[in-house]
Design a protein around this ligand. Structure first.
Ligand SMILES: NC(=O)C1=CN([C@@H]2O[C@H](COP(=O)(O)OP(=O)(O)OC[C@H]3O[C@@H](n4cnc5c(N)ncnc54)[C@H](O)[C@@H]3O)[C@@H](O)[C@H]2O)C=CC1
Ligand SMILES: O=C(O)CCC(=O)C(=O)O
Length: 449
């Protein structure tokens, strides 16, 4: 069978085995595009069906979450944990609370996480979980009761050496606190079973900032590779949650001019660029008041709000999608290109549709895939696990310097596997997929079928 037939058959099998799981099939297809030709050149991986095995979760746990809302009404949600691969370490990956959560989305996220965690150079397997619970409009007490009910079930399946969840969309430090409190009560043990914890109870400095900061450290590497820097670059960012906020903060610190942020209601455009003081207002709107991004205009009337639109039609040098999956499509890619965008790096997981990725690669736009560029978050979670294990708290400077070092190492791995003869740009898409695969694949080979 030639490589093209092998690829086609592989993806067909995945689609047959996982019917209607659109996002999961998309994630596996994207990875296999680079891995299957690599496997053809390294038959040991083919013989032992390593990619086929990576694409089948080791375990999927689904459970009922029942809780009582403020009006005394019983509510029922679905809870999940996908334990995808533990060949190189305990399952590790976030929890997402969002009404769109389903098995397809969590399997795609868990699959991506396996490769991402491998790239971090730390010993972490891949997992992901969450619920279709919608935190929007819920009171603090409702959030607490939901988290307690969710952890009552989840606690049976996780542990500091088994599976260590963290935050993702809809799960920040408040939710991690409630989840941790419930685990501690149920198990009567104080252990690093979650990351992203508060500093008072085992959290790590820099973890909140890590995904956004790491993204910008990676962008710096991509630019440096082309003897360029972030200074004076116009940066468009989507999202306004954890990743977007700290991506904006670090981009500004490195000399960039950040002009957009967004949420699911639309985007704001500030042609003067956000300053650190303006960002503080956004942090307050989003992290304390849980309000819409359009509130920014009340404070800065010169800025503009575009309801129900994405920020990709704003002229920029660099685009950083930091909101959610498939938020940047082919039309957005063409618009970005025509407006002069030279670099796209993903803060979110799989925010770029496959046709848009191929458009970037074909048009010499530097493209950094999320599994490499947003790995700083989980890497710093790995550093939190290390600190918990040795009962220490490292300084901000120490964690930040580890984070920077890890992002440089991820960039190096992408270069090793993604440099192509006669190509000016590193193919980070290919490099990240192959580098992430090799470590997990070799561990699986060594451990037997
Ligand atoms: N928090 C972390 O450490 C990491 C997060 N990620 C990914 O980054 C992305 C953002 O996550 P966080 O910032 O943690 O979540 P968050 O809950 O703090 O923020 C999510 C942001 O995305 C926006 N958003 C959600 N759905 C949207 C939609 N349909 N259209 C436009 N905006 C939308 C929300 O309004 C919010 O501003 C997700 O793809 C997540 O999987 C990736 C690596 C690590
Ligand atoms: O820190 C973690 O374990 C979770 C990070 C995460 O969910 C991600 O990288 O997408």
């Amino acid at each position: 069978m030639n490589t093209v037939d092998y690829c086609t058959e592989f993806v067909e099998q995945i689609a047959l085995k996982n019917p209607n799981e659109t996002e999961f099939i998309q994630a596996v297809s994207e990875v296999s595009e680079n891995i299957l030709p690599f496997i053809e050149d390294h038959p040991k991986y083919k013989k032992f069906k390593i990619l086929e095995r990576i694409a089948e979760p080791e375990r999927v746990i689904q459970f009922r979450v029942t809780w009582v809302d403020d009006a005394g009404v019983v509510q029922i949600n679905k809870g999940y944990r996908v334990q995808m691969n533990s060949a190189i370490g305990p399952y590790k990956g976030g929890l997402r609370f969002h009404p769109t959560v389903n098995l397809s989305i969590l399997k795609f996220l868990a699959f991506e996480q396996v490769f991402k965690n491998s790239l971090t150079t730390l010993p972490m397997g891949g997992g992901k979980g969450g619920s279709d619970f919608d935190p929007k409009g819920k009171s603090d007490m409702e959030i607490m009761r939901f988290c307690q009910a969710f952890m009552t079930e989840l606690s049976k399946h996780i542990g500091s050496d088994t599976d260590v969840p963290a935050g993702d969309i809809g799960v920040g430090s408040r939710e991690i606190g409630y989840l941790f409190g419930q685990y501690r009560k149920l198990r009567n043990e104080f252990t690093g079973v979650l990351t992203g914890k508060g500093l008072e109870f085992g959290g790590s400095l820099i973890r909140p900032e890590a995904t956004g900061y790491g993204l910008l450290y990676f962008v710096e590497c991509m630019l440096n590779e082309n003897t360029d820097t972030l200074v004076d670059k116009i940066v468009a960012i989507s999202g306004s949650g954890n990743v977007a906020q700290y991506a904006a903060e670090k981009a500004i610190e490195l000399g960039g001019k950040v002009v957009t942020l967004s949420d699911s209601s639309g985007y704001i455009y500030d042609s003067e660029g956000f300053s650190k003081d303006k960002l503080k207002v956004i942090f307050k709107i989003k992290n304390e008041n849980y309000e819409r991004i359009s509130k920014y205009i009340d404070n800065f009337p010169n800025a503009e709000f575009y309801p129900n639109e994405k920020p990709w039609n704003v002229p920029c040098d660099i685009a950083l999608p930091c909101a959610t999956q498939n938020e940047l499509d082919i039309q957005d890619a063409i618009t970005l290109h025509h407006n002069g965008c030279k670099l796209v790096a993903e803060g979110a997981n799989m925010p770029t549709t496959p046709d848009a990725v191929h458009y970037f690669l074909a048009n010499d736009i530097l493209y950094g895939p999320g599994k490499a560029t947003n790995a700083g978050g989980v890497a710093t979670s790995g550093l939190e696990m290390s600190q918990n294990s040795i009962r220490q708290n490292w300084s901000r400077e120490k964690v930040d310097s580890y984070l920077k070092d890890i992002m440089i190492k991820i960039h190096d791995q992408c270069k090793t596997y993604g440099s192509e003869p006669h190509q000016r740009n590193v193919n980070y898409y290919k490099g990240a997929n192959i580098a992430g695969f090799v470590k997990v694949a070799d561990a699986m080979l060594a451990q037997g079928v």
